[in-house]
Structure formats: C-alpha cells, structure tokens
Design a protein around this ligand. Structure first.
Ligand code: ZN
Length: 374
C-alpha cells in the first residue's frame, strides 16, 4: 500500500502506519481529553478513587497517552495473529495500523480451519491478557504506592487501557466478518461441513449483525454503529466472493481453459475491418501479431476512444495497446483472475517463447466458475 508509512520491523514483520492513522491520533486525543471528567469518574467506579489533580490539569496529555497505549494494544493484537500464522507456515507481508484498528496482510490462499481457528483466537485472547495485565498493574500500584497524584496518573492510564483492551477482546469476538469472531465461527462450522458452506453461513450471520447494528445505530443516533455496520456488511460479502473464486478455480491453469486457436489480427488491418471482425466473431479483443510475434492487443475500448470519422483512416497499429500482459499456459487461473481485476483488463494472451498459443478472457473465467459449481 502506497498510502502507508513503514515505521519498523518486529519479528521480521514490517509494521506500517496508514495515513488515516495519523488523523486518528489527534482525534482520539481530543475525544478522550475533552471527556476527561467522565472517564475519571468511570475509572474510579471500577478501581476506587484516586488523586486526579494532575490528570484534570493536563487532559490532552493523558488523552494522548491513552491513545498511544490503545494503538500499542492493537499492534500487540495484530502481532499475535501474525506470529501464530508465521508459526503455521503462512507468509506475512506486513501489519498496517489504520483508522479502525490494525490489519495483518497475509499470504492469500484457501483457509485451513485447523490454522484459522488458533490464528483468529490469538488476537482477542492477547487483548484480554493485556487488559488483565493492566488491571493487575492498577491493583499492584494501589497496593504499594502512596495515594498521591503520581499514583493517580498511573491508575487512570492503566485502568483506562485495561477497559479498552477488554473491549477490543469483546468487540473482535463478534461472530461477523471481518472481525476475528467471524473467522472463529467459520473455522468451527468448517469442522462439520464444506468450507464454502461454512463461509456462506458465517457471512450471512455477519450480514445479520450488520443490519442489527445499522438499525440500532439509527434508533440511537449513533454514527459509529452505522459505520461499523457498513464495514461488517462489506467485509462479509468480500470474504465470501474471494473464497468462492479461490475454491472454484483452484488447481486450474489458464492452459486448460484458454480459447485456441486464437483469432489474431495484423497491425495493418483497417479499424473498420476490425469492427466487422468483432461483429462476425463476437470477440471484443484480439491479439495483434506481426511475423509470428505478439506485438500488442486491440480491444473494443481502444476503438471507442476514437471518433467515428477517425476510425475510417486508422489501422490497428494506431490504436492498439503495445504493452501487453501475457502469461504462460501453466499459470494458475486464480492469478489470471486477480491480474484482470487489479488492472481492469478483460483479456490475457497466453504465450510461450513470444508465440501466441491462445487467449483467456474474464468471461471465460466466470463461465468456468459457473461450470465448477454444478
Ligand atoms: Zn484480530
């Protein structure tokens, strides 16, 4: 992600800050600082009264300390996921801290419930442990130090972090994607049924939660609940569609599904003839071949960029895309599909040693998915 700043490496895992994170630090500092009276009374109701003079006089300094502590908690939570994943042999690209917490970017693949269950549980359980440690820290400080304002500062900060980490634990265990609880639910269901069915059920439960949160958010005029509902709804849908294509396209190579022999065009072909060829073949993209070598690709979009009058005078070489992405026949269909989605292209020529063997289109891949589902 270009929008992230790398701040260091822990256990061989790059740690990045997303730019939204830089907005969140002052925002949280301000929210906590401006509600300092409320949080002091809440924390003293949990841990007993403390000397709050230094806190009340420096609300935004304590707001900042708690915010930094919270995000260290999020980082430890993500590290727990990543370290378990690493132990199970999964490659970890990075951990990124962003507006609503952290994201561990892992190697993609079909999830294995035996790996996913411990990996998903590791984060929330770590947050719970951090919360309990902060809690114990408060009790220890209250037991050994005099009840002055320094003790008060520690009780407030550690007490606040205890509460926040326990909230991180509880919130992440909600059984809804993209929360950890959604993964725990999926891994548990997958022990009893095929992974695809398990993902479908877990995604539907997540959507149910999203709707519930949205309704509650509207009734309570709470925009944060509505934003969370939105993220859960999108996350549930994505999880299912990504898994669907990974399962359906698994083990297939583009050589198995490519169109062959492929209709190619020469660079000298006039554009009006190209349009006629599109009508007769119903293909919307053609590789351009010159003396047996692939030199470009021409698609309907390239024609549409030119006016009707211009088209009369142009040849394929004038409008074709010269930098062509090609793949060898043994490339996986999943890789081809990812490349097409990422680069917004509809056709990938299949080549070996510069010679064209066939072509694979987005429509072909979608049809293969439909066929795999029967
Ligand atoms: Zn997590």
């Amino acid at each position: 992600m270009k929008s992230s700043l790398r701040i260091g490496t822990l256990f061989g895992i790059p740690i990045q800050l997303h730019f939204t994170f830089l907005l969140v630090i002052p925002l949280f500092t301000w929210i906590i600082g401006s509600q300092i009276e409320f949080s002091i009374s809440f924390i003293s109701s949990l841990f007993g009264g403390f000397d709050d003079a230094i806190i009340k006089n420096n609300p935004y300094i304590f707001g900042f300390l708690v915010t930094v502590g919270l995000f260290l908690g999020v980082l430890v939570h993500e590290l727990a996921h990543s370290l378990i994943a690493k132990k199970k042999g999964i490659k970890i690209h990075n951990i990124t801290l962003l507006i609503l917490g952290g994201v561990s970017s892992l190697e993609e693949g079909i999830p294995d419930p035996r790996v996913e269950l411990p990996m998903a549980l590791a984060g929330p359980l770590t947050s719970l442990s951090v919360g309990i440690l902060c809690w114990l820290g408060v009790i220890a400080i209250q037991a050994v130090s005099p009840p002055d304002h320094i003790t008060g500062a520690f009780v407030y900060t550690l007490g606040y972090l205890a509460v926040l980490n326990v909230m991180l634990f509880a919130f992440n265990l909600l059984p809804a994607f993209p929360m950890d609880g959604g993964r725990v639910l999926r891994a548990w269901l997958a022990k009893k049924m095929p992974l695809r069915k398990a993902t479908k059920i877990a995604a539907d439960v997540g959507k149910g939660f999203a709707i519930l949160f949205a309704v509650l958010g509207i009734i309570a005029f709470n925009p944060i609940l509505i934003i969370i509902a939105f993220f859960i709804y999108i996350g549930a849908g994505q999880e299912f569609s990504v898994l669907r294509y990974q399962i359906l396209l698994k083990d297939l190579t583009i050589g198995q599904v490519m169109n062959t022999p492929v209709v190619t065009v020469s660079p000298e072909l006039p554009v009006p003839r190209l349009i006629e060829l599109m009508y007769t073949t119903k293909h919307l993209g053609f590789p351009v071949v010159d003396r047996g070598q692939l030199i470009g690709i021409v698609a309907l979009a390239d024609v549409q960029k030119r006016s009707t009058i211009d088209r009369e005078a142009l040849q394929v070489r004038d409008i074709m895309t010269r930098e062509v992405l090609t793949l060898p026949p043994d490339a996986s269909l999943i890789e081809a599909f990812k490349l097409m989605s990422a680069r917004q292209i509809g056709h990938i020529p299949v080549t070996a040693g510069g010679a064209i063997l066939g072509i694979v289109t987005r429509t072909d891949i979608l049809r293969v998915m439909e066929l795999q589902e029967i």
